[in-house]
Design a protein around this ligand. Structure first.
Ligand SMILES: *[C@@H]1O[C@H](CO)[C@@H](O)[C@H](O)[C@H]1NC(C)=O
Ligand SMILES: *[C@@H]1O[C@H](CO)[C@@H](O)[C@H](O)[C@H]1NC(C)=O
Ligand SMILES: *[C@@H]1O[C@H](CO)[C@@H](O)[C@H](O)[C@H]1NC(C)=O
Ligand SMILES: *[C@@H]1O[C@H](CO)[C@@H](O)[C@H](O)[C@H]1NC(C)=O
Ligand SMILES: *[C@@H]1O[C@H](CO)[C@@H](O)[C@H](O)[C@H]1NC(C)=O
Ligand SMILES: *[C@@H]1O[C@H](CO)[C@@H](O)[C@H](O)[C@H]1NC(C)=O
Ligand SMILES: *[C@@H]1O[C@H](CO)[C@@H](O)[C@H](O)[C@H]1NC(C)=O
Ligand SMILES: *[C@@H]1O[C@H](CO)[C@@H](O)[C@H](O)[C@H]1NC(C)=O
Ligand SMILES: *[C@@H]1O[C@H](CO)[C@@H](O)[C@H](O)[C@H]1NC(C)=O
Ligand SMILES: *[C@@H]1O[C@H](CO)[C@@H](O)[C@H](O)[C@H]1NC(C)=O
Ligand SMILES: CC(=O)N[C@H]1CO[C@H](CO)[C@@H](O)[C@@H]1O
Length: 399
């Protein structure tokens, strides 16, 4: 079973700070190639019930003497696992997950043994209890995760405070030189997720076909790709975050009347509403109402004073180029390949398209404009020639 040799190093971080405990471990393959390295300081705070029916709280650090039995570099599809055992049968284990470009911690399981009478002298429930959480967001495959600041992880009666963390997995025996720090370490730099290329949804959003019916007939047609660009509060600061609306998971609904029409797109708790109105003989997008759910926070952003996507009633509006709709200071929407017809839809098909100005090809227009100017000059020269000739002729006649 033991294809992997695990070696444990004692570490007194900062040489001399005896009271600050840390475990430093290296997991190696049989070929002695290092695959996982970790240097971690963590305090555990555990609440437990005593046999006097009171609540007790114990705080202790992970010691610097640990073993790594049960750790594995992972092979044949199995995830690499770092398992750290210490004290009286307590275990801290973290497995890792990756794709082609990034990796992250997957599931962190902390198991503590309440039979340990030095830590839990009067525990009512005796045995192995667990606390399951996640740990660190995706970082590039060739990078080391570092976090000097405190990171707090809370789950199931256990609060874990981490600091001075260095972690690398999928190391392939190389010392990973690129360091990616947690947000707390660089409050001014972009969040970790923007450093990990595959986690930012920067791809163009997919174009979805949506419709609204008034019960019997399709009364509104729309197709578009939508990308919300919202300034969201994350860890105490606002970060511009891109959210692509995925047509596969989006439900469309709405309503139609003779004067106004509503298209509501609902993609897993992100709701985008488009209100169309009529002025003179044109329709246009007048109002947007966007509901964003961020964790437990919900923000609602409304703009009633827009003027986009205007076309004649009876026609549809078309714009292939990317457009920017500024809904508020905190919300921009990038739209792609828009076609809408909120009124006079017949037989569930789009009427003639009126194309936006941005789509008109200027490279096609410039030669025409230059040609027109040249033609104008030629005509001007010709007219002055004619006038000149007539003048000179009248001149001769007067002689
Ligand atoms: C792994 O790296 C160490 C230090 O760089 C080196 O001494 C060792 O030979 C390497 N092992 C393999 C199998 O490449
Ligand atoms: C960890 O716990 C020790 C006491 O056990 C305390 O002195 C220290 O400040 C704690 N560190 C953090 C970062 O909470
Ligand atoms: C990590 O461990 C958890 C719990 O054992 C398991 O559910 C999960 O599938 C594992 N992750 C990977 C990538 O294997
Ligand atoms: C609680 O448990 C401790 C240790 O097992 C024992 O010494 C003590 O008598 C118990 N107290 C009560 C009230 O049961
Ligand atoms: C949307 O409609 C257009 C035109 O009818 C069609 O070409 C396209 O495949 C449709 N897209 C989806 C995702 O259904
Ligand atoms: C739906 O729209 C059609 C065409 O505009 C109209 O004839 C019909 O009465 C509408 N039905 C309802 C329920 O509003
Ligand atoms: C998102 O909006 C911010 C602020 O206006 C802007 O700097 C950023 O370039 C936008 N991102 C995209 C992809 O449109
Ligand atoms: C939507 O579903 C289609 C077919 O299942 C798939 O090809 C496409 O990648 C999906 N689009 C998104 C944005 O998930
Ligand atoms: C915006 O949408 C939300 C949720 O759909 C709704 O409660 C709210 O009344 C709407 N606001 C406006 C101005 O339409
Ligand atoms: C409605 O559309 C269907 C298919 O798109 C077509 O077969 C039918 O002839 C159309 N009817 C009218 C009245 O245009
Ligand atoms: C509380 C909460 O879930 N906040 C999230 C808001 O969105 C940003 C960006 O997607 C996340 O990083 C935050 O965690």
């Amino acid at each position: 079973m033991d294809r992997y040799l695990c070696c444990v190093t004692l570490c007194l971080l900062g040489l001399g700070f005896m009271q600050s405990k840390a475990f430093e471990v290296t997991i190696q393959e049989e070929s002695k190639k290092t695959c996982i390295y970790a240097n971690v300081q963590v305090n555990f705070t555990i609440e437990y019930e005593t046999n006097k029916s009171t609540q007790n709280r114990v705080i202790f650090p992970a010691p610097d003497t640990v073993t790594t039995d049960g750790s594995t570099c992972g092979e044949s599809g199995e995830a690499p696992l770092l398992r750290v055992n210490f004290g009286n049968n307590h275990t801290w284990s973290l497995n890792f997950t990756r794709n082609d470009t990034v990796y992250s911690g997957d599931v962190l399981i902390f198991t503590y043994n309440t039979n340990d009478t030095t830590l839990f002298p009067d525990a009512k429930r005796k045995g192995l209890l667990t606390s399951t959480t996640s740990f660190f967001d995706p970082i590039p495959l060739n990078a080391t995760y570092k976090c000097f600041h405190d990171e707090i992880v809370v789950a199931q009666n256990v609060t874990q405070v981490y600091w001075n963390v260095t972690l690398q997995a999928y190391a392939q025996n190389a010392t990973l030189s690129r360091e990616v720090h947690c947000n707390a370490d660089n409050p001014t730099s972009p969040p970790l997720t923007t450093l990990a290329p595959t986690t930012k949804p920067l791809d163009k959003p997919a174009v979805g076909n949506y419709s609204v019916s008034n019960g019997t007939e399709t009364c509104l047609l729309a197709s578009m790709g939508l990308q919300l660009n919202a300034s969201l509060l994350a860890e105490g600061k606002n970060i511009w975050t891109l959210i692509n609306i995925n047509p596969n998971t989006t439900l469309s609904s709405g309503s139609c009347s003779n004067e106004s029409a509503l298209l509501r797109l609902n993609d897993s708790s992100t709701i985008v509403e488009f209100y169309f109105s009529i002025k003179k003989s044109n329709f246009y997008l007048q109002e947007m109402n966007v509901t964003l759910t961020n964790g437990s926070g919900i923000s609602q952003i409304t703009n009633r004073n827009l003027s986009f996507w205007e076309a004649s009633l009876g026609n549809s509006y078309l714009c292939r180029k990317e457009q920017l709709i500024t809904v508020s200071e905190d919300l921009n929407i990038n739209t792609f390949d828009v076609r809408v017809q909120p009124f006079s839809v017949k037989n569930a098909t789009y009427a003639t398209a009126e194309e936006c100005f941005a789509d008109t090809d200027l490279s096609f227009f410039i030669p025409i404009a230059v040609g027109a100017v040249l033609m104008f000059l030629i005509i001007l020269v010709f007219i002055s020639y004619l006038i000149g000739r007539r003048k000179s002729r009248t001149g001769y006649q007067s002689v």
